[in-house]
Design a binder for this molecule. Sequence first.
Ligand code: 3NM
Length: 311
Amino acid sequence: MSDWRDWELYVITGENYHPGRELLAVMEQTLQGGARMVQLRDKWASKEELLQKGHALRALTRKYNVPLIINDYVDIALEVEADGVHLGQEDGGLEEARRLLGPDRIIGISTHKIEQARAAERGGADYIGVGPVYPTGTKPGREAVTPSYVRQVATEIRIPFVAIGGITLSNVDEVLQAGATRVCAVSAIVGSADPADACRQFLSKVQEAAAAKAAVSIGADARASRGIYAAAGASAGTGTRGERLVKRIIVNGLEQATRADSLADLVLELGQQNRRMIAELDGTVVDRSRWHDTTIEHGAVLELVHFVGGG
Ligand code: 3NM
């Protein structure tokens, strides 16, 4: 699997939306269309059925090198060798899930307000769901959080997040403008007559929005390096994240943009906070106890190395 955080389009199963069409055939079409993360979610299936579907989806997603996430069940995720689980607020148990799954498997948490997003980040979730952005029949009775919650999360939360709930090709632009860089859909994709084409269209919208944002960020960067620091949040480039300026840094030989102020922030931004790691900044190893007060400057060069502890 390439870095799972690269995902832009997350597709969740919803067999009720494609009666008469096989689960695997529909999900294969989404993978062909560019789904980069797949979740097995079926609130009506028995555990036995879930296991069988989980094994089949595991084989399929492996073929496409795409992570598989299991909704609700840590034991099924382990049994089918999925890449992780997705838990709702009512499921609780992030700590327990982490204990059972270990540091490397992915744990996602649904959040519906900023306090839940903060708690999930603090608790060591790898990503959060942000929704339902719009009312949806897939989770009936849930109040829509609206794009304003997406904006709030984009401004404040550092771990990856995915916007979800009632997202369609007609409203996804609004979600992307609110700061989402990853989207997830069930009915608009698996319920479509052509799931592969739906995925392609979603992906191209996400990628267009990312390209537009990158162009703005680089412009802001150029202004910043000329010493023209806009007032907090005033420039388009710093936009939704307020006063934090985008810095270009090099991590393990690759250039990337970050808004992290400290080494600890950066590790969180990269979703590596649960890993045992050695960090070297500009050629000097920084002890983990110093990560919070080690500042990340524009142009910093970092090496982050995982290690497997013995004893
Ligand atoms: N979780 P659709 S909304 C599975 O807000 C799910 O946590 C949500 O389906 C959340 O794309 C949702 O058909 C349903 O609206 C998404």
